[in-house]
Write a protein that binds this ligand. Structure first.
Ligand code: NAD
Length: 485
């Protein structure tokens, strides 16, 4: 273990999986690497089909008792889990930065955000109302009763190692479901620390299981086992499509939170300083590795040069480095593959006529660091116009009219988040209604909150997380028809 980790509760770094309320070791393990230093932080079991089947069996056994509990009893446990996350927030943030790389302040922000889903769904648990329907005959009474879907499989990515878990587990457990979670093999420690706190909060054995390991074997059971009634996935569009096809054999419910290609539109009438601020948080947070981050920055002709200059000056001053070694504005990319993709996108853009204002190079050292980068004269001919760069690269596209901006913004198969900066009220309505996206930020670059429905349209996914819609994803509506009344 890295001495830099310096946890107040060292036992929060778990190197075992968590199945049926027990900590499970294996001789076969996977190393977890700190992307800022290249050092091995620890190891987790490389589990496969047999252990995943055990976890599904445990979740199946635990289901009847868990779903029978009152919503209030489940809520009390979730609330305790939320409080424990806050009590150990500093340690959870250090673990998260160590395995994922984001600046410590951002990691602390993610822990608060992650915990907020447990609190929110603890509250929502008690409001999963059904309905009565006026009958079609006088002697009948029609009821609709929400019921938990059952055993849920969750597969989560590395870019938000804590929040992508609680956003699913909070809702599922509140609804009365049990869960088998496969976290990203790159960031399993946050998931395991959450499991320890869940256990301490009183989540019964089998209700929340964490299976660590490589995706294929675990994925095959989670998608193919008929006892699993729902798959909730956050990750890339390619894997999401594959998993959606894989669950067709057992026709599970699915929630898919997939990749984005967010446009960030700056109109001539925008407050330019606010737009630069918004672009910085939207684009560079988590080193540009968020599904909702601005991938294409579309700037109107009249403010293009001024915006470019301000943005470049801002990001050129970033402190880039290891979040555990001191205050930073930007951390490393997650791994060598991610760094190579960023390099490929920048080289391709330059080859197609983009101009480099700042950055444009990897930084020396053992970590996967890339300088914050601003490119001008970006066009649709470049790879970064069509694929998520998932890195600290802000490409600025130029446009003339509002129609052109909307057309450019919608010219993608993704539909997760979009942003626009304008001070014109009528334009705000026109543009926000015309954007083909699940979420739109107007005059803000930060939209995520537990109280609003998060999710995409088109190839960015199916379903919503957070808000009252989030718990509905884990409920089936049972219709009960009562005769002879
Ligand atoms: P990924 O698709 O590579 O991996 C996501 C998860 O799927 C990981 O746990 C991985 O181990 C697992 N996985 C991969 N192949 C699998 C298989 N064959 N069977 C079963 N599981 C498999 O994505 P990533 O690189 O970890 O995450 C980044 C992606 O996630 C980006 O595209 C990003 O936009 C997206 N994302 C979306 C949201 C959202 O809410 N829409 C949020 C965060 C990230």
């Amino acid at each position: 273990m890295s001495p830099l980790l310096d946890l107040r509760r060292p036992d929060l770094l778990r190197q075992q999986a968590y199945i049926d309320g027990a900590w499970v070791a294996a001789s076969d393990t996977i190393a977890v690497i700190n992307p800022a230093t290249g050092t091995v932080l620890g190891r987790v079991p490389a589990l496969g089909e047999a252990e995943t089947e055990q976890a599904v069996a445990a979740a199946t056994r635990a289901l009847p008792e868990w779903r029978r509990r009152t919503a209030r009893e489940r809520a009390t446990i979730l609330r305790r889990w939320f409080e424990l996350m806050h009590a150990h927030g500093a340690d959870l943030a250090r673990l998260l930065t160590a395995e994922q790389g984001k600046p410590l302040a951002e990691a602390a922000g993610e822990i608060t955000y992650a915990a907020s889903f447990l609190e929110w769904f603890a509250e929502e648990a008690r409001r999963t109302y059904g309905e009565t329907i006026p009958g079609h005959r006088g002697d009948l009474r029609l009821l609709v009763q929400p019921q938990p879907v059952g055993v849920v499989a969750a597969i989560t990515p590395w870019n938000f190692p804590a929040a992508m878990i609680t956003r699913k587990a909070g809702a599922a457990l509140a609804a009365g479901c049990t869960m088998v979670l496969k976290p990203s093999e790159l960031t399993p420690f946050s998931a395991l620390a959450l499991a320890l706190l869940a256990e301490e909060a009183g989540v019964p054995a089998g209700v929340f299981n964490v299976v660590t390991g490589l995706p294929q074997g675990i994925g095959a059971v989670l998608t193919g086992d008929p006892r699993v009634r729902k798959l909730t996935f956050t990750g890339s569009t390619a894997v999401g499509k594959m998993l959606t096809a894989a669950v067709a054999g057992t026709l599970k419910r699915v929630s898919m939170e997939l990749g984005g290609n967010a446009p960030f539109i700056v109109f001539d009438d925008a407050d330019l300083d606010a737009a630069v601020e918004g672009a910085v948080v939207s684009k560079f947070r988590n080193t540009g590795q968020t599904c909702v981050c601005a991938n294409r920055i579309l700037v109107q002709q009249g403010v293009y040069d001024a915006f470019a200059e301000k943005l470049a000056a801002h990001v050129a001053a970033f402190r880039v480095g290891d979040g555990l070694a001191g205050p930073t504005d930007q951390g490393p990319l997650i791994d060598a593959r991610a760094l190579a993709k960023v390099e490929r996108h920048v080289a391709d853009a330059l080859a197609h006529g983009a101009k480099l204002l700042t950055g444009g190079r990897r930084l020396p050292g053992d970590g996967h660091f890339y300088a914050p980068t601003v490119l001008t004269e970006a066009t649709s001919a470049m790879a970064l116009a069509h694929e998520e760069t998932f890195g600290p690269v802000a490409p600025l596209f130029r446009f003339g009219t509002e129609d052109e901006a909307v057309q450019l913004a919608n010219d993608t198969r993704s539909g997760l988040a979009a942003y626009a900066y304008t001070r014109d009220l009528a334009r705000f309505w026109r543009v926000s209604e015309a954007l083909e996206y699940g979420m739109v930020g107007i005059n803000t670059g930060l939209i995520s909150t537990e109280v609003a429905p998060f999710g995409g349209i088109k190839e960015s996914g199916l379903g919503r997380e957070g808000a009252r819609q989030g718990i509905a994803e884990y409920l089936d509506m049972k219709y009960i028809c009562v005769g002879e009344v």
